[in-house]
Design a protein around this ligand. Structure first.
Ligand code: AMP
Length: 218
């Protein structure tokens, strides 16, 4: 099964992708994570992407499509993929259709997480990441259980993403409405779109996804 998670930054795509990975064994392909790794490793792609990412803009389609094309060839992807943060433009969506079709695969479902802009800005501005394992938290609705200690690995060092400031979130939201939100109509027209209330507590969203998965398997 292949799924796409779509929604503005901070909608909970990464959290729900993690849920789908741990519960159903999907491989999570997050273009944001892949690009951040490329920036950290100082690769050619990383150098091209870093300034754009810091400004909260969209990395060119060809770069992102290239990263995904290379990654979905890996054998671990055969068991099912949850795309997190990809596609983000209609061109990327068309490229994904072509890439999957070339492998005799299809996209089974597109999960939209709907959220309120004001809440999003607050959620993202308070987001922080464990420096040891990369688990993501936020002070509003996903704090660590013990203050200053990562729930996943016990790490005590955290960092904030440089693009998680209120000003850059506004730029990223603009890109979402301009370039990504047309995907909602694109996938609706294909009969693939299922929308969820991303403002609900994260555990409730995960339960709603489980109900959807059960229905799809029936
Ligand atoms: P994310 O972790 O999904 O919020 O992505 C972080 C940043 O990486 C975005 O603000 C973009 O600059 C870049 N990025 C991630 N995925 C894509 C994509 N599919 N297309 C273009 N840029 C992307």
């Amino acid at each position: 099964m292949n799924l796409v998670l779509v929604g503005p930054p901070g909608a909970g795509k990464g959290t729900q992708a993690q849920h789908l990975v741990s519960r159903y064994g999907f491989v999570q392909l997050s273009t944001g994570d892949m690009l951040r790794s490329a920036v950290k490793a100082g690769t050619d792609i990383g150098r091209k992407a870093s300034t754009i990412m810091e400004a909260g803009g969209l990395v060119p389609d060809d770069i992102v499509i290239g990263i995904i094309a290379e990654r979905i060839d890996h054998p671990d992807c055969a068991k099912g993929i949850v795309f997190d943060g990809f596609p983000r433009t209609l061109r990327q969506a068309a490229a994904l259709d072509t890439m999957l079709a070339a492998k005799g695969r299809t996209l089974d479902c597109v999960i939209e997480l709907k959220v309120d802009d004001v809440a999003l800005i607050a959620r993202i501005s308070s987001r922080f990441t464990c420096a040891q394992c990369g688990a993501v938290f936020n002070e509003i609705d996903k704090p660590t259980k013990v203050a200053g200690t990562c729930d996943t690995c016990g790490g005590r060092e955290f960092f904030k993403r440089p693009d998680d400031t209120a000003e850059k979130v506004k730029a990223r939201l603009w890109d979402y409405y301009r370039a990504t939100s047309p995907l909602i109509g694109y996938y609706y027209a294909k009969g693939k779109l299922v929308s969820f209330d991303g403002m609900a507590p994260m555990g409730d969203v995960s339960l709603a996804l489980d109900t959807m998965m059960t229905k799809m398997a029936a």
